[in-house]
Each structure stands twice: as C-alpha cells, then as structure tokens.
Design a protein around this ligand. Structure first.
Ligand code: UDP
Length: 191
C-alpha cells in the first residue's frame, strides 16, 4: 500500500532474509497491545519510518549514513539495484518531537511518524554528492531480496491526533548530518 496508512495490516514474507526485522516489529505491536488488554499497561505504538541524523553509527549500514561516509572518505557510493526505489527520510529531531507528542497524548493505536517527502535512492545519492561537494562515483550493487520498492508514510492521522508536521527539509537535515560525520571522520580517520 502506498502511501502507507496505519490501517494496512501488512503483507510480508515470513521466511526471507529481512523477515526477522519485519516480523519482529509486528510481534512487538502484538505484545504491546496484549499488555494493554491483559494488564492495563499504558502503551503507545509508533510506526517509525526511515530516520537519520547526527549520532547515527558510521557502520550502521543504512543508506543515509552509508552514502555520507562513503562520500566523505572519497569512496564510491553503493546504490543497491537501479536506485529507483523510494524512501521518505525523517530527521531525528522531528521523530523525537513526534514521539514525545504521542506519549503526552491519549492515543494508543498504531500511528505513523516520519516525513512524507519521497525520494529515490539515486536522488539521495546525488544530493549527498552535491552537499558534500565530493565527486565519488555511483556504483550499483545487487538489490537485497524483499527490499520494498516504495515507502512513504501517510501522516494524516499524526496530523489529526498530534498536530504533527515534520519541519526539517531533507537538504538541511542532510547538511547537519554531513557536518556531524565530517567531525567523526576527522577524529577517527582510520575507522
Ligand atoms: N541502500 C542502498 N545503498 C546502501 C544502503 C541501502 O542503495 O549502501 C538502499 C536499500 O536497498 C533500500 C534503501 O536504500 O532500498 C534504504 O535502505 P535502509 O537500509 O537505509 O532502510 P530500509 O531498507 O529499512 O528502508
């Protein structure tokens, strides 16, 4: 389903390489809702979409940190597949603000928090090259299996329940993240 609404129950491969991640999230929501029903626990369920920002781990493996670190180290940027798959990138401060609003509200059903601007992975690679001012090559590597080809949160519910609107434009958020990684790399040039 695109963009993804909270009411979508999901359709994921239960036995693939990515399944521990997908099914782990589903099982977590199940347990949280059972704790609420069985023990009256005061719970919230947030569906976090792709998030980035300062203090990500350099070797985290996710696309934003990979591209920035590769560009800053003068290495090729590794685009998996043809790079036409899309993601919606949320700056960490926006995510945290959304989660705090959710905790302060009474809303306990699943709710999307993210940013609904949508970019292809290739567009992201080009933005990182432009913002770092580096001229690394973009190379293509195999697309991991079960890699979703489109991903964007529908934020209607978050807007209604939490008055949540992501504030950080992706270029500005990337610039802050690049600044952070530049410092990390200067301090630890070999890692
Ligand atoms: N990706 C990529 N190069 C990388 C790391 C990731 O092209 O070095 C792609 C990956 O295949 C996916 C997208 O970027 O299509 C986002 O990947 P990430 O692991 O950051 O998040 P998720 O797959 O959980 O949305």
């Amino acid at each position: 389903m695109h963009p993804q609404l909270e009411s979508y129950w999901g359709n994921v491969n239960p036995i693939g390489v990515r399944s521990c991640y997908d099914e782990g999230k589903r099982a977590a929501e199940t347990l949280v809702m059972d704790y609420r029903r069985q023990y009256g626990t005061d719970t919230r369920v947030v569906r976090i979409f792709n998030t980035y920002g300062p203090r990500m781990a350099e070797n985290d493996g996710r696309v934003v940190s990979n591209f920035i670190v590769q560009a800053l180290r003068g290495k090729d940027l590794t685009v998996y597949g043809d790079g036409s798959q899309t993601r919606s990138f949320c700056y960490v401060d926006d995510l945290v603000r959304g989660i705090i609003s959710l905790m302060a509200s009474e809303y306990y059903m699943p709710i999307n928090i993210g940013n609904d601007g949508e970019y292809t992975v290739l567009e992201l690679a080009q933005m990182v090259l432009e913002l770092t001012g580096k001229n690394s090559k973009i190379i293509h590597k195999p697309l991991p299996s079960d890699d979703p080809c489109k991903r964007r949160p529908d934020l209607t519910l978050a807007r209604k329940e939490l008055k949540y609107i992501p504030a950080m434009p992706v270029r500005e958020g990337l610039a802050k993240t690049i600044e952070y990684f530049s410092q990390v790399i200067q301090t630890h040039p070999q890692s």
